[in-house]
Design a protein around this ligand. Structure first.
Ligand code: ADP
Ligand code: MG
Length: 727
């Protein structure tokens, strides 16, 4: 067998098996590495504690003196925990996190000591000038700085104190994913609080909540490393499907293999210490695919925790000789991975605003937030689609996999019936009978548990699941900050408009508050109907129907990103103070550039695979066959023809595939050359999408055919059955 592949298989079987058996209570481990409320109580002075709390709740500034005190306390705690360094932990537009460590160690007049002051806590200049900025740095100021986000607790990771921060340019433009998220969360807080106060004057803050569900593949490290495509692109660019895939459904929710369970236990223990409230783990549909989900949290914290989780996963996997694949489509022919984003709004009085209640008034509040969310998604569906666009997620959205690139909302039969009833409410003032009818028989009858809203319609990209919405198109690799920024911004805008309309009806038409609410909601139900769809989101009929409804259906990243810079999007982000026009343009630029690079890297990788792996292997086998045929001729003379029929046919098949794969690869390389000459980022991204990428599947087809023909011993690339079924 090809030595490379053979060595990997041997190595994968020889690795030491780590067995982790979890004992004890997780609650006792929870957050021991986090500078959380408990630690603050213990370490901070009363003033400092108050100041941090205010900053967390209302976003107020922390003054320098207090910052010094806080820094001193965090340092004292961190050092007792064994930390030697600190870092500002931030989220550049690369999609992952970044850090630059500094030691606490310093010299003061030649004397060694541990130092960490307020200024180091609050602000740092990482000279991170190589991160993508979409041109912001050229036009403005070269430097960027990071600034403390006191709403997400500092934590110790390894021996480093990590301080969650935003990353902005000196002129204030966001260079990261966290700053816009915080602005969006603040916008939705303001708008939702104002609306919630229609129903309860005690509400003074509304938090967006997020519960993500992380799907991933776990592959033996030695096997994964033997595949150059997995190493370079995170997915297999070629590879024939294994005889067995997921058709038997024998993996989904199956018994978790011991080796994987050890990894999971170890991972969850680390997460628990880091304050990530992990809760659920199970096998997913595809072989070697798994899922991890935490208890939901305030959205900013949940985003940080997801990013941290992905990092911890990499490290713990390595320890267990695994490689985690976060790519949305690492293997052809079996399911890809996503990251459902469960989202809701919660008041500081402890009410989930998307949870139906036990009284008509509570249900009117529920309906208000429910219908406003539907309306927001209807208005800005294309923007939501853009928020989850990426080269890797294109393999799911709009490709042959769920969920579709078309946004629609599943509400279920019970709530559909309620919406239909509300649509019939008469305009203006309501008669006492109508009011009673509404309260008792429509709004009052919404059950607290909605039967068909658990998880029934798996094909809906935006499903109401009983007490939250579940956004299902988010990619497994995606930073949730991106969809969460858009979702919270559009809901904020919608709630703001709603409040204005209700107030106007109360002031100008002297309607009662609930009458005004009913009147506005009725119009929203009418005007947002096209987004509601409870049927099969994967069907061809839906695609046609959605086109009739004029819903967007952007099947690739360059098309999906166009809406970012539309007049409407710019107006939205500006008015909600989430992104300026410059920031939006910069983001689009970065997204397009990232897309181009990712496709380019795959293109280059195809070149290498074809020329250095696939063609040589095919030729080797073909040469063996030729030698065999010549041998037969030597022995049997003219009679050899009958005996070498099969061989000759394989020799010819190989020749055809080699010619085709070579020609396609060369054409793809030419297409890349042409695309690379384009200066305009939009044009370049489209060129990569439309002229380069289509060759990939064709190249793959020939490679996979060759894999099937060529002697197993000569095939150099670790096969699907080995990657997916060797335990
Ligand atoms: P299940 O679907 O397994 O029965 P749930 O419906 O309670 O469980 O939750 C599924 C996911 O939704 C979990 O990740 C959970 O954290 C998240 N979730 C539940 N409630 C909310 C909420 N109010 N806001 C955000 N996420 C939530
Ligand atoms: Mg789910």
């Amino acid at each position: 067998m090809s030595k490379y592949r053979f060595d990997a298989i041997v190595k994968s079987q020889e690795r030491p098996r780590i067995v982790i058996e979890e004992k004890g209570r997780r609650s006792e481990l929870f957050g021991i590495y986090v500078f959380n409320e408990d630690r603050m109580l213990q370490y901070l002075t009363k003033d400092a504690l108050e100041s941090v709390r205010n900053a967390m709740i209302s976003g107020s500034k922390i003054d320098r003196k207090i910052a010094d005190q806080v820094a001193e306390s965090i340092k004292a705690w961190a050092i007792t925990m064994g930390a030697t360094h600190y870092t500002h932990w931030f989220q550049p537009l690369t999609g992952s996190t970044a850090e630059k460590h500094d030691a606490f160690f310093d010299l003061l007049d030649g004397k060694p000591l541990e130092k960490f002051g307020g200024s180091q806590l609050v602000q740092q200049e990482p000279d991170a000038s190589s991160f993508p900025s979409g041109g912001i740095r050229n036009t403005f100021e070269a430097r960027g700085y990071t600034a403390w986000d006191p709403t997400s607790n500092a934590f110790i990771y390894g021996t480093t104190l990590c301080i969650p921060t935003i990353f902005v340019s000196y002129t204030g433009e966001a260079l990261d994913n966290k700053a816009p998220l915080l602005r969006a969360l603040s916008a939705v807080d303001e708008a939702a609080t104002a609306v919630a106060r229609f129903f309860d004057k005690n509400v003074s803050k509304v938090n967006a909540t997020l519960g993500w569900e992380q799907e991933y593949f776990l592959i033996d490290k030695a096997l994964a490393l033997s595949r150059p495509d997995i190493v370079m692109t995170g997915r297999t660019l070629v590879g024939h499907e294994a005889a067995k895939g997921q058709q038997l459904d024998d993996h989904y929710f199956g018994v978790i293999p011991d080796r994987v369970l050890s990894f999971m236990s170890d991972l969850e223990k680390e997460c628990t210490k880091l304050g990530i409230p992990v809760k659920t783990r199970h096998n997913e549909v595809a072989p070697n695919q798994f899922e991890l989900a935490p208890v939901f949290e305030e959205a900013n914290l949940a985003v940080d925790h997801n990013l941290l989780l992905m990092d911890v996963m990499d490290k713990i996997a390595d320890k267990h000789s695994f490689k985690v694949l976060f790519h949305e489509k690492p293997f052809e022919g079996i399911n890809g991975s996503g990251k459902h984003n469960n989202w809701s709004l919660a008041t500081d009085t402890g009410v989930n605003l998307l949870s139906p209640g036990s009284t008509p008034m509570k249900n009117l509040q529920f309906l208000t937030f429910f219908i406003n969310t539907i309306k927001a998604v209807d208005t800005y569906e294309e923007l939501l689609r853009a928020s989850i666009a990426s080269a890797s997620n294109d393999h799911r959205l709009g490709a042959n996999e769920a969920p579709p690139a078309i946004f629609s909302i599943f509400v279920g039969t019970q709530l559909s019936a309620v919406l239909d009833e509300l649509e019939g409410v008469s305009k203006g003032k309501l008669s006492p009978e109508e009011k009673t009818e509404l309260k008792l028989n429509v709004v009052g009858k919404i059950p607290e548990i909605l039967l068909d809203n658990t998880d029934r319609n798996r094909t809906s990209p935006f499903a109401f699941t009983g007490n939250k919405f579940e956004m299902r198109g988010v990619g497994s690799k995606t930073n949730c900050a991106k969809p969460m920024t858009v979702l919270n911004t559009i809901v904020a805008k919608q709630l703001q408009d709603f409040k204005k309309e209700v107030d106007a009806l109360i002031d100008k038409k002297s309607l009662k508050k609930d009458e005004a609410v009913f009147n506005v909601l009725r119009e929203y139900i009418k005007t947002s109907k096209r987004i509601r769809f409870d049927g099969d989101g994967y069907s061809d009929e839906w695609e046609k129907e959605a086109a009739r409804r004029k819903l967007s259906n952007n099947k690739n990243t360059p098309s999906a990103l166009q809406v970012l810079t539309s007049k409407e999007s710019i107006a939205l982000f500006k008015s909600m103070k989430v992104l300026s026009e410059v920031e939006i343009a910069a983001r689009k630029e970065v997204e397009l550039e990232t897309y181009i690079f990712q496709v380019q890297i795959e293109g280059r990788m195809y070149n290498e695979l074809v020329y250095s792996y696939i063609i040589p292997a095919a030729i080797k086998y073909q040469s063996q066959l030729i030698k065999n045929v010549m041998g037969l001729k030597d022995i049997y003379g003219a009679a050899h023809k009958k005996l070498s029929d099969g061989q000759l046919s394989i020799i010819e098949q190989i020749a055809e595939h080699i010619a085709a794969i070579k020609s396609l690869t060369d054409k793809m390389t030419d297409a890349r050359r042409i695309a690379n000459k384009l200066q305009d980022m939009d044009k370049k991204a489209f060129a990569y999408c439309e002229n380069v990428k289509p060759y990939f599947d064709q190249i793959r087809m020939h490679s996979d055919k060759l894999e099937r023909i060529v002697d197993n011993d000569l095939w150099p690339l670790t096969k699907y059955r080995e990657l997916l079924f060797h335990k």
